[in-house]
Design a protein around this ligand. Structure first.
Ligand code: ADP
Length: 260
């Protein structure tokens, strides 16, 4: 969004068009900025009372004189946990892409995926295809979070198995998480990336998600110059992340480069 159309000299139609395009981009950028600021402010404002509420409830739960009170307090504590997750996720959503490129580093996608799969104790059978040397530039913490959200969902909505694949594809790095669950109907494949969307409310809420996981995942993909989509796959769902590849050093390339 921060790129502008080059402004040609003079006052002809092209010059006017360029000026209008750039003014529109300015307004858009300001709107995006205000939106981020709102989410960030809202999260900060919500955090303080939640922290107070939690402290009080924990205190009350430690002194349970009657069992009805105890149940009420427990339920309020669960609500507090939930509020806290939502606020934390909103805050993360507001911050993605605001740090510039300073936090970026070269990342071996297969190594990152292998570590994340290993770190999790999963009830699922996880199959991996993780070739070496697929490198991207990115913020490690964010890419771990993106993959973590996809794996959380696979765990929530899959049948029994999930496949994690890394590959080079058409000059891009590909990271795909495929499960064998109920899948996502074509009509819902864009909607699932919207904030707070849940297709199967009972199941999703019961599973403890915030409905922000895929919105966060897509925002991280975008901030890295990539895309995250649901692709055709049956049975089950397949989420494909594509990121720009960091090219290997020239001498490792298959074809000799023309001189000059
Ligand atoms: P949640 O916290 O509810 O999981 P997400 O943003 O991660 O929120 O996902 C949004 C919705 O997309 C989920 O509630 C679920 O209905 C659907 N969904 C996500 N991943 C899958 C999947 N692997 N299989 C089927 N449905 C999915």
């Amino acid at each position: 969004l921060s790129r502008r159309v080059p402004q040609p000299p003079g006052e002809d139609e092209i010059a006017q068009l360029a000026r209008t395009a750039n003014a529109t981009l300015d307004r858009l950028e300001q709107a995006v900025g205000r939106q981020r600021q709102f989410a960030s402010d809202a999260s900060h404002e919500l955090r303080t009372p939640i922290t107070g509420l939690r402290a009080n409830l924990e205190d009350a739960a430690m002194h349970p004189e009657d069992s009805d009170l105890r149940e009420v307090v427990r339920s309020a504590l669960r609500d507090t946990d939930r509020l806290e997750s939502i606020v934390t996720d909103l805050l993360l959503l507001a911050r993605i892409g605001t740090g510039g490129t300073a936090m970026q580093e070269p990342i071996d996608l297969s190594a990152l995926a292998a570590a994340e799969v290993r770190r999790r104790v999963s009830t699922l059978r996880v199959v991996t295809e993780l070739p070496a040397g697929v490198t991207v530039r990115g913020v490690r913490m964010q890419l771990v979070r993106l993959l973590g959200n996809l794996l959380d969902n696979a765990e929530r909505y899959a049948g029994s198995a999930v496949t994690v694949q890394v590959a080079r594809e058409d000059g891009h790095a590909l990271l795909a998480v495929t499960d064998d669950g109920a899948g996502i109907a074509p009509a819902d494949r864009e909607r699932v990336f919207e904030r707070f969307t849940r297709l199967d409310t009972a199941r999703s809420r019961g599973a403890g998600g915030t409905g922000l996981g895929l919105a966060i995942a897509r925002e991280i993909a975008r901030a890295h110059g990539g895309t995250l989509r649901v692709e055709d796959h049956a049975p089950g769902a397949r989420f494909a992340l594509r990121l720009p590849l960091v090219p290997p050093p020239a001498r490792e390339k298959g074809r000799p480069r023309p001189d000059g």
